[in-house]
Write a protein that binds this ligand. Structure first.
Ligand code: AQP
Length: 331
């Protein structure tokens, strides 16, 4: 029997190469090794303000791009979180087990609270509890994520232990699975690449726009002019080469930077060509799928139906364990 795997992505904007290298590419490579469930986590997305008119389009966009990037609906389940109400039901139960102090320590909460000072809501604070429910509703054992999510998976384990200790062993302890690129930095070179910050290259970006964005990307800031030698270890463009370029090109970039043998623009051009080449099939498939939203809607619908069955079963077991199921039968 294959172990079950769960992961999610928020429909908060364009899917970028950070999501791709940190998560989606890894997900696609795991389809045959695990029983895979992927969710477009719209309830997580609304913990920061979203435009209700744009939301349906964002959901379809993120689902479509994930399918185009390798999530094969025939070999995995892809569904929309809000179509399976048991996620929030189980999250409520987990709220009663989660110490406030644990939530206060979450780095993502602190970062998002700083970004959205005008809307620091309770959902943003308890986001990791809903994430624990997402995973445990399907008793998933493996959760492939980027590094930013590891703290949340640790909390999910903590919640699992508390539930199992109080109510009996129902849930397995989920483990994170990191890709070889767990943290891709944004083109500003300073913050994590994010959908909600304008520091990304999206998976459907045109070749012209990829070059436009890369040509102004921050490199080693101590390299002030072409003739200055630089330090590739301080350069995000070099870091990206490691994920898109051949070993020879990676060496060429590092040596050329250290000796001032090449300029940053030359180095970026090579990277741009390689990113364009890797993203080409994804972009083409996504553009074709954008013309067929009915197919994507159907994938989400049938995914939700399959999840619903598993979710109902788990909730029956949870309620039984907690003592919330009443019956007229005498004991
Ligand atoms: N920069 C990144 N490097 C590596 N992995 C990343 N992930 C996100 N950014 C990077 C991983 O992608 C998966 C889906 O992410 P998400 O949509 O759930 O939320 P996020 O981590 O908050 O992603 P963003 O792009 O930064 O979205 P916004 O701006 O809306 O907050 C996760 O596995 C994540 O680790």
């Amino acid at each position: 029997m294959k172990k079950r795997l769960f992961s999610g992505i928020q429909p908060t904007g364009e899917v970028h190469i950070g999501n791709y290298l940190g998560a989606i590419k890894n997900w696609a490579s795991l389809l045959d090794s695990y029983e895979c469930i992927f969710s477009i986590v719209d309830y997580h997305a609304i913990t920061v303000p979203q435009d209700p008119k744009a939301m349906p389009q964002q959901i379809l966009h993120v689902a479509t791009v994930n399918i185009a990037a390798g999530l094969d609906p025939k070999r995995s389940i892809i569904f929309l979180q809000s179509q399976v109400p048991e996620h929030t039901e189980l999250a409520w139960i987990f709220h009663t087990l989660t110490p406030l102090g644990h939530l206060e320590r979450m780095t993502q909460f602190k970062d998002k609270a700083r970004q959205h000072r005008e809307n620091i809501n309770a959902g943003l604070f308890s986001y990791p509890i809903l994430q624990a429910a997402d995973i445990l509703l399907y008793k998933a054992e493996v959760v492939p994520v980027g590094e930013d999510q590891v703290q949340h998976i640790e909390l999910a384990r903590e919640i699992t232990r508390k539930f199992n200790a109080r109510y009996g062993n129902l849930f397995p302890e989920p483990q994170e699975l990191l890709s070889t690129a767990p943290r891709i930095m944004g083109l500003d070179g300073k913050t994590k690449m994010s959908k909600s910050l304008n520091n990304y290259i999206s998976l459907t970006e045109s070749p012209e726009d990829i070059w436009k964005k890369l040509s102004v990307a921050v490199t080693d800031e101590n390299r002030k002019k072409r003739s200055d030698p630089g330090n590739p270890e301080n350069c995000n463009v070099y870091s990206l080469h490691k994920h898109f370029s051949s070993p020879e090109e990676i060496d060429w970039s590092a040596n050329g930077c250290r000796t001032a043998g090449i300029g940053c623009l030359e180095c970026k051009k090579c990277l741009s060509d390689n990113i364009v080449r890797e993203l080409k099939p994804i972009r083409e498939k996504a553009l074709a799928l954008f013309e067929d939203p009915a197919y994507v809607v159907e994938v989400l619908k049938s995914g939700a139906e399959r999840c619903q069955e598993m979710a109902r079963q788990t909730m029956r077991e949870v309620k039984e364990a907690i003592g919330l199921r009443v019956s007229a039968k005498r004991r």
